[in-house]
Design a protein. Structure first.
Lengths: 80, 350
């Protein structure tokens, strides 16, 4: 996958209006960075499905803590 | 594998009825204003209809059936088959279809039965009624479905702002010149707990505790007679299964996706349905929605979307891909060319 983690973060920022730009870092704990609830979980799943064609489920989210963890799953499963 | 074709059955008309009582999700005081806005944006539901206590799906269906039959110039004594599909039947026993047969004034020569399905009901229902009508050369049939799902908990933010009440009636006629209906029907019962009412059936008979609400998670209180919805499970299931199901049916029928005029999907929620639209790379104008006006109306959502969004258009021939997915887990699609569908105005029942 060509897309860098910076571009991945930019896409996440576009989804969440109340998230100030430039705050989210690869090491950010995403549950704390934006108010984490089941709707936001769905938004992240939808984003990753439509932009990368990658399916992530509740278990993947449970295991992930940082933005980098999420990015790694996408990178690992991305098939182009 | 259940990919198959039925013949000689034409859809002649569709009618819908909803309760007049309308709820604006902007007034959903159980959650903060900010959360309300986020709910409306992601689920797509701004308004939903709520049946008053004592109004059953069959009451809405009764009005919709009478209006449709009279608009078509049919008589109730001509109806050979009545199928009723709902997760909110009048009673545990007997089947609601039997009660409706009598109430609507159909003769004792009418075949009537219930099926228990929800989000996939329209597609499954069309497959059953068209198969039986075709095999038995039954002349006229009514496929009735809908749900009054708003018995759910007001204090459950995962279900209350989503589900709306509605019923639909589809009139079908035996016609040897009708276009075939092509189906692809699937099931995965391992996900049966994704959408479930735990008590009230034979597995868990209600007891004194069944009415006590418990906190399930933040903002989610309900009792075991009220529906439970695992949003992430349903979301993952939908993204995994729906598009391959549609693609397999297009392959089976060797149909060019461009030739489909409308993809009418079960109105699950806006985020799910928009994600599916992008996955199938379809333009918004081929992908109608009724969810903003009526919410997720369970088994009625596909016919209600046709009635509310394609009413004028349906007088002309259309190629439709209808896809239902959800509770069961059960899902499927039907590809059908319609000629002319009579659609009366939506009834608002007091």
């Amino acid at each position: 996958m060509k897309e860098s983690i910076e571009e991945f973060i930019k896409r996440l920022e576009e989804q969440f209006d109340d998230l100030p730009k430039g705050v989210l870092k690869p090491s950010s704990l995403f549950r704390e960075a934006f108010s984490w609830n089941s709707i936001n979980a769905l938004i992240v799943i939808a984003l990753i499905q439509t932009e990368y064609g990658v399916a992530i489920d509740a278990e993947d989210l449970r295991k992930s803590k940082t933005v980098q963890d999420l990015y790694n799953i996408v990178k690992e499963r991305y098939t182009g | 594998m259940a990919i198959f074709t039925t013949y000689h059955t034409a859809i002649r008309g569709i009618s819908c009825a909803v309760p007049k009582n309308c709820f604006d999700v902007k007034n959903y005081k159980w959650v903060s204003e900010k959360e309300r806005e986020q709910l409306i944006k992601t689920t797509g539901v701004r308004f939903k209809r709520i049946a008053p206590s004592g109004m059953a799906t069959s009451d809405l269906a009764y009005d919709a059936a009478n209006l449709l039959v009279s608009r078509l110039g049919w008589e109730m004594h001509d109806i050979d088959i009545l199928i009723f599909i709902s997760q909110s039947r009048d009673y545990l026993i007997p089947a609601t279809a039997c009660i409706l047969q009598d109430r609507l004034g159909m003769p004792k020569t009418t075949l009537a039965l219930d099926i228990s399905l929800g989000c996939s009901a329209y597609v499954y229902g069309l497959s059953v009624i068209s198969s039986m009508m075709s095999a038995g050369k039954l002349k006229k049939g009514l496929l009735i479905m809908g749900d009054t799902s708003t018995f759910g908990s007001y204090r459950d933010k995962t279900t209350f702002p989503l589900f709306g009440d509605a019923a639909s009636v589809t009139a079908l006629e035996y016609d040897e010149t009708a276009s075939p209906m092509h189906f692809n029907l699937q099931t995965d019962g391992s996900g049966y707990e994704a959408i479930i009412v735990y008590a009230g059936g034979a597995r868990k008979f209600p007891n004194k505790k069944s009415l006590e609400q418990r906190q399930i998670s933040k903002g989610v209180w309900r009792n075991e007679l009220q529906p439970h919805l695992d949003g992430i499970k349903v979301f993952n299931f939908s993204l995994r299964e729906v598009i391959p199901n549609i693609r397999a049916l297009l392959d089976f029928t060797q149909t060019d996706i461009q030739s489909v005029d409308y993809f009418v999907l079960h109105q699950a929620n806006l985020l799910i349905n928009e994600t599916l639209r992008k996955m199938l790379r379809q333009p918004a104008e081929k992908w109608p929605y009724s969810i903003t006006k009526y919410g997720n109306t369970s088994s009625a959502s596909i016919p209600l979307t046709i009635v509310s969004e394609l009413r004028e258009r349906a007088m002309q021939p259309m190629r439709l891909m209808l896809t239902g997915f959800g509770v069961g887990l059960s899902w499927g699609s039907v590809l059908v060319d319609t000629r002319q569908i009579v659609i009366p105005e939506i009834i608002e029942k007091e």
